[in-house]
Design a protein around this ligand. Structure first.
Ligand code: GLU
Length: 439
């Protein structure tokens, strides 16, 4: 059983999407199932509507989940299991106030030492705990041994007890921390493999410790994905627009291209261009590189172009809103000009725009060419561009730049663009609609 466990605290980052895609592909491979868990226990950071937005984005990417869980709905289990850990003395109540802890952190810092919880409350007797009426958090007891696990990408990893420390599992307001809620939910939901970002690597021994203390013996395997760096080699942050999945989609990148790119990134793949279901034929998480991958928007653009060209009419209609075959051919054709669907759609719409704006410099020639094409259309315009050009030049008496620039402007609305000889055969049967002026 695989899962994707996003927090509804911000725009979906490509790193999160990458984790979702990898988990989903693996679940398709071994048919073990895939669940979506919205981790909404950090109430202060939750943003209204983000859970729904995440679900919409996953749907856009063709990622389907077999079950959905809302973490906060598991609160009763979190509380019950935290009590069980207290009773079994795997965890302890800690009454240290935030001010006391802060002072100890400062003191450690002043001595140049890393702060660790000093065990004050772990040493309290049962009666000292029971008689204490102050608010308390629950801390896991620091393990007594080195905790190790084998990461599917990074290999064997070990953590000293001090690196794990007596960490908090329940806050004073009786809500679970991320590590506790996540460890418990993965157990209750029967998760068998977790693929997530490498920022969670140090959480894994804590989560394993929690489940071990609860007597859970099923193995969960882990793969931590290297971070994605921006073009300057720094960790991609919210400031990098291209780290936001929503931004990429709004900018005209196709979900299938983004998926392709994220699977390709820092990975060994048998081919460069593929769909998610093709990737499911050969994907192996062990081939993902341990080193950080660098985001390359140019590469993504190239992949985007390929996917626009490869899309069948049905898919292309879905994503462009065009149903007309000529327009769909134009979308594919304009990939030579632009790699972004939004820009391509703009170009195609401009061709058919009957209110194209022309500068006065070209207006007279444009009107002349339009009138001649109109005449030509009475008997049918030639299919062949050379023939069309010859007839039109003859009829207008224009040549060179004073012919070609106005012609291109009339047909495309733009002074620059693809070879007219290549464009003409695609649009020749739509000439009437294209040159029409709005009445
Ligand atoms: N909610 C965590 C996050 O979005 C989940 C991490 C995990 O997959 O365990 O970072």
């Amino acid at each position: 059983m695989y899962r994707f466990a996003p927090s509804p605290t911000g725009d979906m980052h490509i790193g999160n999407l990458r984790a979702a895609i990898f988990n989903y592909i693996c679940s398709l491979q071994d048919k073990s199932g895939f669940i979506l868990r919205i981790e909404d226990t950090d109430t202060e950071r939750n943003i209204d509507g983000k859970g729904e937005e995440i679900k919409k984005i996953l749907a856009i990417f063709g990622i389907k989940w077999d079950a959905e869980y809302i973490q906060s709905e598991n609160l009763k289990f979190h509380r019950q299991l935290a009590s069980q850990l207290l009773i079994n003395k795997k965890a302890f109540a800690c009454f240290c106030t935030p001010d006391e802890l802060e002072a100890k952190k400062e003191a450690a810092k002043a001595c140049g030492e890393a702060y660790r919880y000093d065990g004050t409350c772990e040493r309290l007797s049962d009666s000292e705990v029971l008689e204490n009426e102050k608010p308390f958090v629950i801390r896991m007891k620091k393990p007594e041994r080195v905790m190790s696990f084998t990461d599917l990408i990074k290999g064997e990893l070990s953590f000293e007890p001090d690196a794990i420390d007596s960490f908090v599992i329940m806050r004073a307001d009786k809500t679970p921390t991320y590590n506790f809620a996540c460890a418990v939910d993965d157990m209750l939901e029967g998760v068998t493999c977790v693929i997530r970002g490498e920022d969670h690597t140090s959480n894994t021994p804590k989560q394993e410790l929690i489940r071990e203390a609860l007597g859970y013996n099923e193995r969960i395997s882990y793969a931590h994905l290297p971070i994605i760096l921006n073009e300057d080699g720094k960790k991609m942050s919210k400031r990098d627009n291209s780290s936001s999945v929503k931004w990429l989609l709004e900018s005209g990148f196709l979900p299938e291209a983004i998926t392709n790119y994220l699977v390709l990134l820092g990975n060994k793949t048998p081919v460069e261009i593929f769909t998610m279901s093709e990737a499911a034929q050969w994907f192996d998480i062990k081939n993902v590189s341990r080193s950080p991958a660098r985001f390359d928007i140019k590469k993504l653009e190239q992949i985007n172009r390929e996917h626009i060209r490869l899309a069948n009419n049905k898919r292309l209609s879905e994503i462009t809103g065009f149903t007309d075959e000529t327009k769909l051919s134009l979308v594919r054709f304009y990939t030579q000009e632009s790699s972004l669907l939004t820009e391509i759609i703009e170009r195609v719409n401009l061709i058919y725009n009957n209110e194209k704006q022309f500068s006065s410099e070209h207006l007279a020639n444009i009107n002349q060419i339009r009138a001649s094409i109109d005449d030509m259309l009475a008997t049918g315009a030639p299919k062949d561009y050379d023939e069309f050009k010859k007839q039109l030049m003859g009829a207008t008496n224009l040549k060179g730049k004073s012919f070609f620039i106005p012609l291109r402007l009339l047909l495309t609305g733009s002074e620059h663009g693809p070879e007219l000889s290549e464009l003409y055969p695609i649009i020749s049967k739509d000439l009437k609609a294209i040159i029409k002026e709005k009445a």
